[in-house]
Design a protein around this ligand. Structure first.
Ligand code: PFF
Length: 451
């Protein structure tokens, strides 16, 4: 079957740190810097953050370890790994959902990342901060509803993603994450220091860290749970695919905990870069998705050296989006390379182009095509809803059930690198068997408006 040959020629990460940085690069993205701050703002701050941290610990870390274990053990893509572990059974459908979710998520992720890229250049040229603060919202809406410009930025962003993925695991993905991730850390720290040292920053800091549980709503808890998934890149086979390039000597439980901590730390730091500044200048933290494109540029206008910091900020988002988008494209690329024996170059270009084209209606749906709706949602929102609220939780649920039940406890503990006698081994199995499935089902029923 040429199996031996196929396994020999399959790439692996060059170093352990290269793998850790690439997985962190996948997890840390628009979810951390764009979405986490605005959903925290909308849902009341510190109490929401505590619920989010609990979700990461109870569901996120166990499922991340499950995905790594499945990928590393089989050295296969999201679909092939399920087929290999349970031949002849329908579990591989989990991987098909993953490939579909990757396709949908990347299509609109590229659109938002294109906005960030465009805002980086607007910040550099000074055009952004020349917009009067009270016209920032109109400026943003005007830009994203234009037909051509956002699409050109999306095409540029996707071209960069494709070029990195074509280069492969070591020379493309690992190399770029090794450069971009430390840079990202430094940029974010500079922004945090600027923000927390502004006069009046204290209010923003207590918004993030002094919980008021009376303000917590049931829907906030569900938002936190759903976001834990998205932020850790779970439920669509990304961590299975990245796990499949991990050498045998890497300790997966330590890696899963480390990557989750880094992702969460980054989200909190993004909050610390944004909220103290938002409060210091009397802006509203609950401004929703426009927070970083509308509220923040207005904040930068009032800040000393605001232009410099605005360039750093939008560069930060663009780079974080790039390392995540790379990991999303790798899911279908790895699948098509094995399944249809395509070369990496062919798989990356063909799939990359199809996904990019599919993103165009998402972009147009915010302007010219806003009249076209599916179930009351515009195209962008419909694709986001399908992928984030249905496919990702479904993928996570099936993965938890697969490793928790279908594989058998002994095999699962063996591939996860945990022992049955240890408390961590027991907790992991318990989490996969009961805690994660029950909580995910509640979130999904809620998303489908059934409860
Ligand atoms: N985790 C990324 C973020 O927070 O922006 C988004 C993402 C990447 C989601 C990869 C899912 C995925 F498989």
């Amino acid at each position: 079957m040429g199996q031996g040959l196929e396994q020999q020629s399959r790439e692996q990460w060059k170093t352990r740190s290269g793998f850790m940085l690439a997985a962190m690069g996948s997890a840390i993205g628009l979810g951390n810097i764009w979405k986490f701050p605005y959903i925290t703002g909308e849902n009341g701050g510190a109490a929401f953050i505590i619920v989010y941290l609990i979700c990461i610990a109870l569901i996120g870390i166990p499922i991340m370890l499950a995905e790594f274990a499945v990928g590393r053990n089989t050295q296969k893509d999201a679909v092939g790994s399920f087929r290999e572990l349970t031949p002849g059974k329908p579990w591989f459908i989990t991987g098909i959902f993953g490939v579909a979710a990757a396709f949908f998520i990347l299509s609109f992720y590229g659109v938002v990342a294109g906005w960030a890229l465009s805002y980086t250049t607007k910040a550099m040229s000074g055009d952004l901060l020349a917009v009067p603060a009270d016209q920032m919202a109109d400026h943003f809406v005007g830009f994203i509803s234009t037909a051509l410009s956002p699409i050109l930025w999306q095409l540029l962003f996707m071209a960069i993603v494709i070029i990195v993925v074509v280069k492969g695991i070591k020379q493309g993905i690992e190399k770029w994450n090794k450069i971009l991730m430390p840079t990202l850390g430094v940029l974010l720290l500079i922004l945090v220091i600027r923000s927390v040292t502004l006069p009046g920053a204290g209010e923003g800091i207590s918004f993030l860290f002094s919980p008021d549980f009376s303000s917590l709503t049931a829907s906030a808890i569900l938002v936190a749970l759903g976001h834990a998934f998205f932020s850790l890149s779970l439920g669509m086979g990304t961590m299975i695919t990245y796990g499949s390039y991990v050498p045998k000597d890497v300790k997966l439980p330590t890696a899963a905990v480390g990557i989750s901590l880094a992702d969460t730390g980054f989200a909190l730091l993004a909050g610390l870069a944004i909220f103290p500044a938002v409060f210091a200048f009397g802006m509203n933290p609950g401004d929703g998705p426009g927070l970083i494109f509308i509220t923040l540029p207005a904040v930068f206008e009032m800040m000393p050296f605001g232009q410099f910091f605005s360039v750093l900020f939008f560069l930060l988002i663009s780079m974080a989006a790039l390392t995540s988008a790379i990991s999303i494209l790798e899911v279908p690329v790895a699948y098509f390379m094995r399944k249809f024996e395509w070369s990496r170059k062919k798989a990356t270009w063909i799939l990359g182009i199809i996904i990019t084209l599919f993103g165009i209606p998402s972009s147009l749906s915010l302007g010219a095509w806003s009249g076209f709706t599916i179930g009351g949602l515009g195209f962008f929102d419909a694709v986001d809803y399908l992928a984030s609220n249905i496919l990702l939780p479904l993928g996570g649920l099936l993965t938890a059930l697969f490793v928790g039940w279908a594989l058998g406890k002994k095999k699962s503990l063996e591939i996860g690198g945990l022992s049955e006698a240890s408390i961590w081994g027991k907790l992991w199995i318990l989490g996969l068997r009961f805690v994660a499935p029950v909580l995910i089902i509640i979130v999904m029923l809620n998303a489908l408006k059934l409860i």
